[in-house]
Design a protein. Structure first.
Length: 318
């Protein structure tokens, strides 16, 4: 084999071996599987950035086969199918010099596609939906917990209130699963993006990083999504349209989180602008995190900032 052909093969081989070992560690540590899985795409992305998409696909295929051999076939296939597309797309976009927004968007879509492919495999082979929540099991757990409190002498009226509140929270959680699923993909691709960029910088490969947090500006789409979601929640509730209510509720959650990120960016900009000390900044962030009303105010402020760009107006007045 020529030197030009040996280098890609060696790079892919080393990274495949590392990816398989890492995957096995993640699979056999169930409590850490999803957290460790967020960083697994970095191995495939590194091969793709350095040697091209073809070698990245080969590394992913080799990782799939080896992980299926050393773990159970279903578990290995589910893990690799869930995370490999993120690494392939993120690596390909890095290699082409794509900007940060495009890389994160493409990676998030690839992550969703990978999870959907893995879920489709489980559904096709076993008739199981790995992303479906077993509500009956959650209700049984709640009944056991309430029975324990009843044995300790808790008032029956308080138990009924607790049951009603818990059932409402569980119902909302089930309805918001699509938004939470999307959020997990965004977190995964962001974590992989940050780690991949640090590794590439260490290797001397120029890459585009995230802009400073004070300069973050999300698309105005989220402000419109927030407004239409409020209308959808109202119509879905008053006219008993369940699918509209669920879609609007998920849209509200997505826009709320986007507004919160934008609002925190604005807060960071203002604190930096007025030279607020690091200690006071930490206190403010802790207060925001612990106070639900304040968190809501920050999110709404962020949604208005997306639409009206307060930072631009602030600069114009200087």
């Amino acid at each position: 084999m020529s030197e030009q052909g040996a280098r890609p093969a060696a790079t892919a081989g080393v990274m495949t071996a590392a990816a398989v070992v890492y995957a096995l560690a993640a699979i056999y540590l169930p409590m850490l599987t999803m957290m460790m899985g967020m960083f697994w795409p970095v191995f495939i992305a590194l091969v793709t950035v350095r040697e091209g998409l073809r070698w990245g696909v080969l590394a992913a295929a080799a990782s799939l086969i080896l992980t299926m051999l050393f773990a159970t076939p279903v578990t290995g296939a589910f893990f690799v199918l869930s995370f490999a597309p993120t690494g392939l797309v993120l690596g390909a976009l890095f290699r082409r010099g794509a900007d940060t927004v495009r890389a994160l968007t493409g990676g998030a879509l690839a992550s969703l596609a990978g999870k959907a492919a893995a879920a489709g495999m489980m559904l096709l082979l076993f008739g199981l939906n790995p992303f479906a929540m077993d509500v009956s099991m959650a209700n049984e757990t709640m009944d056991e917990t309430l029975a324990m409190y009843r044995s300790l002498g808790m008032d029956e009226a308080q138990l009924e209130e607790t049951r009603a509140a818990s059932a409402q929270v569980l119902e909302l959680f089930v309805l918001m699963l699509p938004a939470l699923f999307l959020g997990s993909s965004v977190i995964e691709v962001t974590a992989s993006f940050v780690v991949l960029r640090k590794v590439l910088v260490r290797l001397g490969i120029p890459t585009k990083g995230l802009p400073a947090f004070t300069e973050w500006r999300l698309p105005i789409f989220f402000s419109y999504l927030f407004a239409f979601s409020l209308i959808g929640i109202y119509w879905g509730t008053t006219r008993d349209i369940s699918w509209l209510y669920q879609a609007a509720l998920n849209g509200y959650l997505i826009s709320f989180i986007a507004g919160l990120v934008q609002g925190l960016s604005l807060v960071q900009f203002l604190m930096k602008r007025f030279n607020v000390s690091s200690f006071i900044r930490i206190i403010i962030y802790i207060f925001i995190a612990l106070n639900g009303f304040m968190t809501q105010i920050i999110s709404w402020t962020g949604l208005f900032d997306i639409a009206f760009d307060y930072r631009k107006k602030f600069h114009e007045r200087q």
